[in-house]
Each structure stands twice: as C-alpha cells, then as structure tokens.
Design a protein around this ligand. Structure first.
Ligand code: NAD
Length: 515
C-alpha cells in the first residue's frame, strides 16, 4: 500500500483546523490519507523559498544539476515497486499502466534531460556578417532560467504529466513548485522525497497540495506556468497568466481520431485500437477516442476489435498482469462517460461490448465498443476520457479526413495503411500536433520529438529543444572587441560619411536583376 503521506500540521491553540483533502483509492473506494489544502499564504511562502534557492541551483551548472537528475534516475530504478505502488493506489490504474508511462517515461526523462540540457541550452554564436553595423562583433544567444516555474498537473498520469514536466524546468536551472491534481497528490510527494534524497538542495523542488484554488494562487506567484489539464481550465489559466504577463504553456484535452484504410494490416490496427483506447482506462489525453474505417474492411475490423475488447479483464489491480483495464480515477469522469454512451444510444448507436458501470467494489466502467455512431453524438465530438471506442464506417479516406478534422481539438491522430507514402500524405493533412502512421501514442516516448496540441488542445510543446527552452528567457549578448574610436554611423553627421554609407548599402543590397 502507498506509503507517502503529508498530513497537515495540527492546529495550535485558538487556530482554525487546517483544511485537508482526502486521497481515495478509486479501485477500492478506501481513503488512503489526507493532504493539506494549501492557500495563498502558504503558496506565497513556498515560492519565496523557491526564489531564494534558485540562484545557487542555477550556479551548479549543467553538470552539477545533471548529476542529481541521474541520481534520481537510479533511485527510481531501485525503488520501482514503491513508485508503481503509490501510483496504482491513488489512480486505481493497472500495474502495467503505471509501469509503462508513470515509471517508464519518467525514468527515461531524468537521463534524457540531464544529457540534453547542455546541448539544447548551450550558448549560440550567431554570425554578424548580414549587416555592416554589426560586422565583426561577437553575437551570442544565451538561455537564462526564468526563476520559479509553476507546474500544474492532472490526475491521469500522476508522475509523467506532473513531475515529468518539472524535469526540464529543473535541468534549465529553475526552481519548481508543482501543484499536482487534488485527486492524485501522493506520487508528487514521493518525487519530492526522491529529489531530496538524491541531493537536490532544499526548496528547489516543492509540492503544493491543494485544489483549483491552490493552482490559481500558484499562478499569482510564479514566473512561468506549465499547465496540463482540461481545455476549460486551460482557458482560465491563460487568463490568469495574461494578467501577470508571464509565459504560459498549455497541454490540454483531445479527441484523437484513428483512420483505418482498406489496405491496413487489420490485425495490427485492431490490436492497436483496443490497446490505445483502453490503456490507462482510456484516461489518456492521446488515447484513440474515435475510429473511422474504410467501408470494405469495416466489418472485419469491428469483429477483430470486439473480440479483443471482450477478452479484457477489469477490476481492482492486484500486482503484475492481474488486470488489463483499471478504474475511473476521477469521480465526475464516470458521469461524463455514462452521459456520452447514453447520448449515443439515444441517437441510434449500438453497444457491442460493455456499455455500463461495472457492478461491485470500486469505480469502474466496462471496456465499451460502440457502432452506428455519427457526429451528432457527443461520443464522436467531445472528449470522453474513458474506456470507450466508437467505430464509424466511412466511404473512403477523404471522408475520414474530413470527419477527423471536424473537431475543436487537435492533439494527436493516427493513420493506418500499408501504403506508407499515402499514409504520410494523409497524416500531413490532419489538423493535429502529432500524427502517427501505423502507430499511436508511442511518439510521447520520443523525448526529442515535440509534443503539443493544435487548436483547443494547447499552446506550446513539451520535449525536444522547445520543451526546455520554454523554461528560459533568451538573453542576447553583443560584444565589441577591436573597434575604431568612432563608427561610421556615429555623430557628427557629415555629407561624406552619409554618402559612404549609401554606397556601402547599395553595394551590399542593391545588386542583381530588377523587375
Ligand atoms: P482539470 O483541468 O480539471 O485540472 C487540472 C489541474 O488544474 C488540477 O491540478 C486542478 O486542481 C488545477 N486547477 C483547476 N482549476 C484551476 C484554476 N482555476 N487555476 C489553476 N489550476 C486549476 O483537468 P483534469 O481533470 O485533472 O485532467 C484531465 C484533462 O487533462 C483531460 O482533458 C486530458 O485530456 C488533459 N490532459 C492533457 C494532457 C496533454 O498532454 N495534452 C495530458 C494529460 C491530461
């Protein structure tokens, strides 16, 4: 059972009892512990401490910071069972869902950013030959840390999507205050414990437990906000960041389409459809949320997916490979899933597998396959974020493409075909930040490949050079070494020098054919 707690300090005489939030195991319904609900005063203090700790952390340089991140990587390997246990207990997900993403992603990311930060953030020397005013001077672009970065995370990947975004911010020399989801704060507290044990100076990484009000208070204090969560909250976060004029990056919701062409490897496509719609209980921002299948292979594809989903085992996880599909982590999400399925049924859809809440202990929704769906239904147009897979027949890939783009979201998509050239051409026409051909979701593990949403799915990217440079501010340096006492363009102006300057500019830019 999870062994990370952060009980609120008891109230002194005459003081009000500090507010707390219960943390529940969604697979069993039991309350694991409570954590403090931090308010603006506590947030202010945390950020002040972070601000004081940041210069010394930045002064450690890439090598010093990288050493601590690499130590944390080894700590995770040595404590893998504890890490997975904490995630499983508060998210109600399966052992394997915690293993591949929360543990597997993060353990790789610690090493990746330790290694890549110096490469992505090294000083850049840019040429000075393109304008005579600066010719011969040293021009340098420098990436300076922002100060204190606030990271706000969701509940579906309590480590990967919360602490995962703190790693590049730390590697860049910032202090970080992380506000995890109120539903899954224990994994972040474990990461704070890990970082201290691995030698991170005090207050460089802190966790602020609490709800939306805590997140809002954090934005009021920090120098940059990295938010992962719903599109609705993302808008509020951006408004608050705009008030303070601080950088704001948003990784938001999605409604990822899967396009299956008639020439696809149907076994692979069906296995992938079942896995990438149901892994993590379908609570993945980049899960397959809807499928469009070309008419000639539609029936065979539906049969294969249905057989696959029927075999999935669901229930409270009890260690390795005990179940395939875990719980619904966030209580209100159950109503969203039920509402979308009911809305589809009311409008003529048919359920082939599942279609209801699982009776018994814990909060589970059965893995569900729906057909006879269309875009009048919420299940095809709004983010469901549950173990549902609606499959729609289309006449051809052009119709699939039109429907795939008929959405406010633009996070990810996938195209399935044996014709790689055509697949890539179709992928380029999907309005989404990432598109896979004959694959899905795994692009998230390519830490050097940017990941971020178009349209209402977000702003900015994580991973790659942009995924760490966003936590810095560029400083341009111009250094003049050998130079005359007075440059050609300086006072006093004279006719001769004005004429010389004209000639020079004409010589440089005025040659070549006209018209
Ligand atoms: P949410 O928007 O309800 O909450 C996210 C976080 O924001 C929580 O920590 C919450 O306490 C905090 N918050 C709430 N109101 C706030 C406010 N006014 N100011 C600051 N912080 C506030 O999202 P959720 O239900 O926790 O997560 C599910 C959503 O996250 C889904 O839409 C999913 O697609 C999305 N998500 C996106 C990505 C991505 O990379 N694009 C990854 C994971 C999840």
């Amino acid at each position: 059972m999870a062994s990370v707690t952060q009980e609120a300090s008891p109230a002194g005489p005459g003081e009000a009892t500090p507010a707390t939030i219960p943390v529940e195991n969604p697979a069993t319904g039991e309350v694991i512990t409570t954590v403090p609900l931090m308010g603006p005063d506590e947030l202010g203090q945390l950020v002040q401490k972070a601000r004081r700790a940041q210069p010394a952390w930045a002064a450690l340089g890439f090598e010093g910071r990288g050493q601590i991140l690499r130590r944390a990587q080894r700590w995770m390997v040595d404590n893998v069972e504890r890490v997975i246990d904490v995630v499983v207990s508060e998210a109600g997900k399966t052992y394997e869902d915690a293993q591949t993403a929360d543990y597997g992603y993060t353990v790789a990311a610690l090493g990746f950013w330790a290694k890549q930060a110096p490469a992505y953030l090294a000083d850049e020397h840019v040429p000075s030959w393109n304008n005579p005013i600066v010719a011969g001077k040293r021009l340098i672009v420098r990436y300076a840390p922002l100060g204190v970065v606030g990271v706000i995370g969701p509940w579906n990947y309590p480590i990967a999507n919360s602490f995962g975004d703190c790693i590049p911010a730390l590697a860049a020399g910032n202090s970080v205050v992380l506000k995890p989801s109120e539903v899954t704060p224990l994994s972040s507290l474990l990461m704070a414990e890990m970082m201290l044990e691995c030698g991170l100076p005090e207050h460089v990484f802190q966790v602020a437990t609490g709800d939306g009000s805590t997140g809002a208070a954090l934005i009021g204090e920090v120098d940059c906000v990295m938010f992962t969560g719903s599109t609705r909250t993302g808008r509020a976060v951006m408004r608050a960041a705009a008030e303070r004029l601080i950088p704001c990056y948003l990784e938001l919701g999605g409604k990822d389409p899967m396009i299956v062409c008639a020439d696809a490897d149907l076994d692979r496509a069906a296995n992938a459809a079942a896995y990438y719609s149901m892994n993590n209980g379908g609570q993945v921002c980049i899960s397959v949320e809807r499928v469009y299948v070309e008419e000639p292979v539609y029936d065979r594809f539906v049969d294969k997916v249905t057989e696959n989903v029927k075999r999935l085992r669901q229930g409270p996880p009890a260690g390795r490979a005990s179940v395939d599909v875990g719980a619904v982590t966030f209580p209100p999400q159950m109503e969203v899933v039920e509402g979308h399925v009911q809305d589809a049924l009311d409008k003529g859809a048919r359920v082939l597998v599942g279609g209801q809440r699982r009776p018994g202990q814990g909060r589970f929704y059965e893995p569900t396959v729906l057909v006879d769906v269309d875009h009048s239904m919420k299940i095809m147009t709004e983010e469901t974020f549950g173990p549902t897979l609606p499959i729609m027949k289309v006449s051809d890939a052009e119709e699939a493409l039109r429907l795939a783009n008929d959405t406010a979201y633009g996070l990810q998509a996938s195209v399935w075909t044996r014709d790689i050239e055509r697949g890539e051409a179709l992928a380029r026409r999907v309005e989404a930040g990432a598109v896979c051909v004959n694959d899905a979701q795994v692009n998230y593990s390519a830490l050097n490949l940017p990941m971020g949403g178009w349209k209402s799915s977000g702003l900015g990217t994580r991973h790659g050079a942009g995924g760490i440079r966003k936590y810095t501010q560029t400083q341009s340096l111009l250094v003049t070494r050998l130079a005359p006492k007075r440059d050609l363009h300086m006072f006093p102006y004279s006719r001769l020098r004005t004429r010389l300057l004209h000639r020079l500019l004409k010589l440089l830019y005025g040659r070549g054919p006209r018209g």
